[in-house]
Design a binder for this molecule. Structure first.
Ligand code: NDP
Ligand code: 2IT
Length: 461
């Protein structure tokens, strides 16, 4: 089956990418994220010349606003530390800026612009009125005390609060920002503004959060996988799965795979991966959740606790990750960007993988994506497959502004319906633009056109 869009060559887009490279030096992740979208758009621009005439793409790749600020804080030893804080308010054509905050030492403008750019199209696919944004800091919560994390969060919000708002820009979590950090950030916002509003999502149920938000990204990624499988009359039942990461997304991906009768063989962190051929049962998953969310330990402890498992330390001198060579049916990369390179993708194919659903943002390099598309496997790209998290953030916003409180079943049903609709949008766009079977092109085109049309309607701004 041919799974590439017809007539992808487009001289306009070559010139566009050359110019983007010149204007954004030293931002490889951002350039990669733009390139990934732009390769799908040739046929769209040919069909809709008004997008070119009004320079929609040129405007889309320039964030509406970037805020960068100093975050000073005092560590437990009394030393004054300083981090870089950011918020990229990328695009508000279809709603207020919406997207997570990432606290990780690797955070810089390239990473946040890639994430913010992806968020525009992901949010568009959710069907909810949310624009795209992302923020964070080069702060590493690992090894910090609760007191240090709280002081950092309070300092971060002491600047960010003047730029965000429940109708303007609504942050949430991402790598290194979970329930604990959202609590400290929200508390400081409320204190400074004297306003209890839904300015952040991912809040605890007791203070304005939504049921299922912690589960949403992982559950959504598996729901998307089920939608893809249903096109081949298959289901998750009995599928052996590789999951990377052991944080929020990986944990609830594993939980949902177990619920649907699949078996998870691996989980990982930046130190290495565990391989449990007997499967990570619900009981073992409970151990992982306690280890990661309460004890803040390392995944290697899993192999000490369960004799069925082995631990494999990551050797970063070797580019490939041996975890992706394990034989299985489905892969759910749920850790970080570029965690699957071309050779990993080939190893996945050799190991029998027929489905990849991306819980992480941009986990596969462009060369790895090409391997998936060429092989014609079911490949669910991040902006579609992991949109469940931000979708339930959107539902949290609706509940907050309507003073509503939906049950777990209600939110889960809405999440499931949204993932189904995202899948349909990808399929419909791929049919309209002659790239049937290519979810990557379908997601890019469907996500882009809604935002582009809104930008057309709103004039040159
Ligand atoms: P967490 O901080 O909860 O977990 C991150 C996991 O990924 C940890 O196991 C971490 O290991 C691992 N990891 C992080 N960076 C690296 C790295 N450079 N190399 C290897 N492993 C790494 O984050 P989330 O689970 O929330 O996020 C995971 C991915 O999902 C990210 O790409 C995020 O952008 C994406 N995502 C998250 C959503 C959400 O709602 N939370 C929504 C949509 C996408 P270690 O502890 O060793 O760093
Ligand atoms: O990448 C993402 O979609 C997220 N980190 C979630 C964003 C959100 O606003 O819930």
């Amino acid at each position: 089956m041919t799974t590439t869009c017809a007539d992808k060559s487009c001289p306009f887009l070559d010139d566009f990418m050359n110019d983007l490279n010149k204007r954004n030096p030293h931002q490889p992740e951002f350039i990669q994220a733009v390139q990934e979208v732009v390769v799908s758009l040739g046929p769209v621009l040919q069909k809709k010349p008004e997008y070119v005439k009004t320079n929609i793409l040129g405007r889309l790749v320039e964030p509406e606003r970037i805020i960068q600020f100093r975050v000073p804080w005092v560590d437990d030893s009394g030393n004054v530390q300083v981090n870089k804080g950011y918020r990229v308010e990328f695009n508000s054509a279809i709603g207020p800026y919406k997207g997570g905050l990432r606290f990780h030492p690797s955070v810089d403008l390239s990473i946040l612009k890639f994430l913010g750019f992806e968020q525009i199209f992901k949010n568009s696919l959710t069907t909810l009125p949310m624009g795209g944004g992302k923020g964070g800091a080069d702060f590493d919560p690992k090894g910090k005390s609760d007191g240090e994390v709280m002081r950092f969060c309070q300092s971060f919000m002491s600047e960010l609060f003047r730029h965000i708002g429940h109708n303007t820009d609504i942050p949430a979590g991402d790598i290194g920002v979970g329930g604990r950090e959202i609590g400290y950030l929200f508390g400081q916002y409320k204190r400074l503004k004297n306003e209890f509003v839904g300015v952040m999502t991912g809040r605890d149920i007791n203070w304005g959060g939504s049921k299922i938000r912690p589960e949403a990204t992982g559950y959504g990624s598996v729901y998307f996988a089920e939608e893809m499988l249903s096109t081949r009359n298959e289901s998750m039942d009995g599928k052996k799965c590789l999951v990377s990461g052991s944080g929020n997304v990986a944990q609830f991906t594993t939980e949902k795979i177990n619920q649907l009768g699949g078996k998870v063989l691996t989980m990982s962190d930046s130190g290495g991966f565990i391989h449990d051929p007997e499967g990570i049962s619900n009981e073992k998953l409970e151990f992982v959740m306690d280890l990661k969310n309460n004890k803040r330990g390392r995944i290697s402890a899993y192999a000490d606790a369960f004799t069925s498992a082995t631990y494999h330390e990551r050797d970063y001198a070797v580019a490939t990750n041996p975890m992706w060579s394990i034989e299985a049916d489905c892969a759910f990369p749920s850790a970080t960007q570029n965690e699957i390179i071309e050779d990993d993708a080939k190893h996945l194919m050799n190991g029998g993988i027929t489905l990849v659903s991306e819980g992480a943002n941009m986990p596969s390099t462009p060369e790895a994506q090409e391997v998936f598309v060429e092989k014609g496997i079911l490949y669910g790209p991040a902006k579609a497959a992991n949109a469940g998290g931000v979708a339930v953030s959107g539902l949290e916003m609706s509940q907050a502004s309507g003073r509503l409180f939906w049950t777990r079943e209600e939110v889960d049903a809405k999440l499931r319906a949204i993932m189904k609709t995202i899948h349909e949008q990808c399929v419909e766009a791929s049919e309209e633009f002659d790239c049937v079977g290519n979810y990557n092109d379908g997601a890019n085109i469907a996500g882009f056109m809604k935002v582009a049309d809104a930008m057309l309607d709103q004039g040159i701004i």
